[in-house]
Design a protein around this ligand. Structure first.
Ligand code: ARG
Length: 278
């Protein structure tokens, strides 16, 4: 039924995002297999790519807030890692890598200064939307490389939403959002790369989402699953052409962006984009 819906019938919903300009972006350390500090990275190009992503959201009618980047925090551009917001409740982050630890408090302060009173900082290692994906009904939660499984229970308690734990098994897909994204929330559906998950988690995903878009190894390798959907428009890396074709056949509108420089840090469109819900 869903698969026959045509593009004209898919309705986008207006979103609110928080992003951080990559003014101090750099690949200075290596905390995932994509990061090689000896490889040149062009920050001007990174800024152009980030600005294009930002402007794409604005052109689609979404509201984009920005947070001030901080010197000495080269990964702060990856806003998705710093909070999970559902119904106006904010669960902050607690990074695994000491190099990123200080980011969490800058984002916490942003929420306080912007009128959010319901802000809780986690006690467990929690990399926020890097490992948490809101489907509209429940939270999909990844673990294996970054977020502690104990953070899943903590998220359930703090946010008051059901949490489904998923085990990540491939270090290249170290965050849930590198292997899975939510396509639409009204009748929740996702796209994902099965091989990034344990056998048991693959079964869970196929039970929950029998209509899911199944991505190929090539789609995953170019960070195609680090995509952002508003229910109709799907922002994804230019190289993700096969995935884009599948999305089109399901009535979604793929919109391509370049992410070559951000990818050198193991990030893509979704990593740069935190969604503020409510
Ligand atoms: N260099 C960052 C790290 O390894 C990239 C984070 C990407 N963010 C994401 N949501 N997957 O922590």
């Amino acid at each position: 039924m869903t698969s026959t819906v045509v593009a004209a019938e898919r309705m986008p919903t207006t979103r609110r995002y928080l992003m951080c300009p990559p003014r101090f972006f750099a690949v200075e350390y290596s905390i995932n297999p994509w990061m090689d500090p000896s490889r040149p990275m062009d920050r001007d190009l990174a800024e152009q790519q980030w600005t294009k992503l930002h402007d794409t959201y604005v052109d689609l009618g979404h509201k984009v807030e920005t947070i001030e980047p901080q010197p000495g925090l080269p990964d702060m551009v990856f806003a998705a890692n710093s909070a999970t917001v559902v119904d106006g409740r904010v669960l902050g982050a607690n990074f695994r890598a000491p190099q990123r630890a200080a980011e969490a408090d800058h984002y916490r302060r942003w929420f306080i200064e912007n009128g959010y009173h319901n802000v809780v900082m986690p006690t467990r290692i929690n990399e926020a939307e890097g490992d948490f994906a809101w489907t509209g009904k429940f939270l999909l939660a990844g673990t294996g490389f970054r977020t502690d499984p104990g953070a899943h229970a903590e998220a359930q308690e703090v946010l008051g939403v059901p949490v489904v734990s998923l085990q990540l098994v491939d270090p290249r897909y170290y965050h849930l959002d590198t292997a899975l994204f939510v396509l639409n929330e009204d009748e929740p559906n996702i796209a994902y790369y099965p091989a990034a998950f344990s056998k048991g988690s693959q079964k869970v995903l196929s039970r929950l989402f029998p209509q899911a878009v199944i991505a190929t190894a090539e789609d995953a390798d170019c960070f195609g699953l680090n995509a952002v959907s508003d229910g109709r428009n799907v922002i994804l890396p230019t190289e993700a052409t096969a995935l884009a074709k599948q999305l089109e056949s399901r009535g979604y509108e793929p919109i391509f962006v370049e992410i070559s420089e951000l990818k050198k840090s193991g990030g893509g469109p979704k990593c740069c984009t935190m969604e503020i819900r409510g």
